[in-house]
Unconditional design. Structure first.
Length: 372
C-alpha cells in the first residue's frame, strides 16, 4: 500500500467558552482552527490526521503542502516507523520542533488511521488495548477568564456536568482561590500557567498557590524546556509539576524525565510527532514512574487519536492513571458529535470503528472550510 495523495483541509469553527476570547499566540481565538490532513492510499483507503494549528494554521498547512506531501507521496504507507524517522532526519534543517513536527504529526496520525483500518480494528485495539475499551476519564480544561467570579461560575458549571477534576488557565491567585472555594476540598484542581514566570517569580507564586492544594502546576517557567529549573522548583515547592505540551519528539521528553522535572508528562499527539512519538514517550514515562496526562484540547482526529492511545494504556480508568483534557468550550459544530462530550461522570466513549474509530462529518467539513 502506497501513499497516493495528501490533502490539507483547514477548518475554523466558532466557539464560546463564556468569557473573553482567549488570545494565546498573539491573536484572539474567535474560532478554533482544525487543520485536517487527508492521506489517501493507492487502494482508495483514506486516513485522517490533524496538525496543531491554533493561530499557526497557514504556516503548518504550507509545511504539509509544499514540503512534506511531495516527499511522502508514493512511499510505503505501512512502514510507519521507518518513514517517520526518515522524515524527521530529512527535515531536521527546518527545525526539530514546532511547525515541522506539527506537520509530521498529522501524517503519522493519518498513517496509523490507515493501518488500523487495514487491520479492521480500532487503533486502540491495534496498539494492544482491550476489545471493549474503557470509558476515558476526563477533566474540564477551562480557558482563561481573568475574573474570579466568572472562574467560580464556570467551575461550578463543569462540576454540575459531572467532571471530576478541573484545570484553570490562570496566573493570578484570586482566580485560583475562587476556583478552590467553588469546588470545595478533595476535588483535583490543576493550574496551567502557559510559561509566564522567571524562576524567582515561579518560586514566589508556587508558595502563594500552595494553600489551594493543587493537583499539579503546569508549565510555570519560561522557557518550558528549562528542565533543571523545573526539577528544582518541584523539589523545593512540594507541588507536582506538569509539562510537555510544547515538547516535540521523545528525545525532549527523555531530557525532561531524566532531569526529574515533572510528575505528569503531557505529550500532545498533534505536536509531539504523532502516535509513533507519543508511544515512545509513554514507554519513557512508565519506566520512570511518571504519569502521562495527554495535552488534548482538540476536536479533530487528534482528539480521537488521544482517546485511542489512552484506551491502550494499562492504567487508564484506574486510580493514578491517565486522564484526557477536554477544552471547556462549546463549538458551533463538531466533526465527531458522538465522542466529544462526556457520557457520565466526566468520562468519554472511545469510538470502536476501524482506524481512529469514526469518520469526520462531511457536512461540517463543507460548512466550515476556510482559506481555499
Amino acid at each position: 500500500m502506497k501513499i497516493a495523495r495528501v490533502d490539507t483541509i483547514p477548518l475554523a469553527i466558532p466557539h464560546d467558552h463564556g468569557g473573553p476570547a482567549p488570545a494565546w499566540g498573539g491573536r484572539a481565538w474567535s474560532a478554533l482552527n482544525i487543520l485536517l490532513v487527508r492521506v489517501e492510499a493507492d487502494d482508495g483507503t483514506v486516513g485522517w490526521g490533524e496538525a496543531f494549528s491554533y493561530n499557526c494554521m497557514p504556516a503548518v498547512r504550507a509545511m504539509v503542502d509544499a514540503t512534506v506531501a511531495p516527499v511522502v507521496t508514493g512511499r510505503d504507507a505501512t512502514d510507519i516507523a521507518a518513514l517517520m524517522r526518515e522524515l524527521q532526519q530529512a527535515m531536521h534543517l527546518f527545525g526539530r520542533y514546532g511547525i515541522t513536527i506539527f506537520a509530521l504529526s498529522a501524517i503519522d496520525i493519518a498513517l496509523w488511521d490507515l493501518a488500523a483500518k487495514r487491520a479492521g480494528m480500532p487503533l486502540g485495539r491495534l496498539l494492544g488495548g482491550p476489545a471493549t475499551p474503557p470509558l476515558i476519564p476526563g477533566y474540564a480544561s477551562l480557558l482563561k477568564y481573568r475574573d474570579p467570579e466568572l472562574v467560580a461560575e464556570k467551575v461550578r458549571e463543569a462540576l454540575d456536568e459531572g467532571y471530576p477534576a478541573i484545570k484553570l488557565h490562570e496566573t493570578e491567585e484570586p482566580e485560583v482561590a475562587a476556583a478552590r472555594a467553588a469546588m470545595g476540598e478533595g476535588v483535583p484542581l490543576c493550574v496551567d500557567t502557559n510559561c509566564p514566570w522567571t524562576p524567582a517569580e515561579a518560586r514566589e507564586m508556587a508558595a502563594r498557590l500552595a494553600p489551594y492544594d493543587l493537583h499539579w502546576l503546569e508549565e510555570p517557567i519560561f522557557p518550558p524546556e528549562d528542565f533543571d529549573t523545573l526539577a528544582h522548583l518541584q523539589h523545593e515547592s512540594g507541588i507536582d509539576l506538569a509539562c510537555g505540551e510544547n515538547a516535540c519528539t521523545a528525545f525532549e521528553f527523555r531530557n525532561m524525565l531524566d532531569a526529574g522535572a515533572v510528575r505528569y508528562a503531557q505529550p500532545s499527539v498533534t505536536k509531539v510527532g504523532g502516535v509513533t512519538e507519543f508511544r515512545k514517550v509513554e514507554a519513557l514515562a512508565e519506566a520512570r514512574g511518571v504519569t502521562v496526562m495527554p495535552h488534548s484540547p482538540y476536536f479533530g482526529p487528534g482528539w480521537l487519536a488521544t482517546l485511542q492511545l489512552l484506551a491502550a494504556m494499562p492504567l487508564t480508568g484506574r486510580p493514578g492513571g491517565s486522564w484526557t483534557e477536554r477544552f471547556y468550550t462549546r463549538l458551533e459544530a463538531t466533526l465527531y458529535p458522538d465522542f466529544v462530550s462526556p457520557v457520565e461522570g466526566g468520562r468519554f466513549r472511545v469510538p470502536t470503528g476501524p482506524g481512529l474509530g469514526a469518520e469526520p462529518d462531511p457536512d461540517v467539513i463543507r460548512d466550515y472550510r476556510v482559506g481555499d
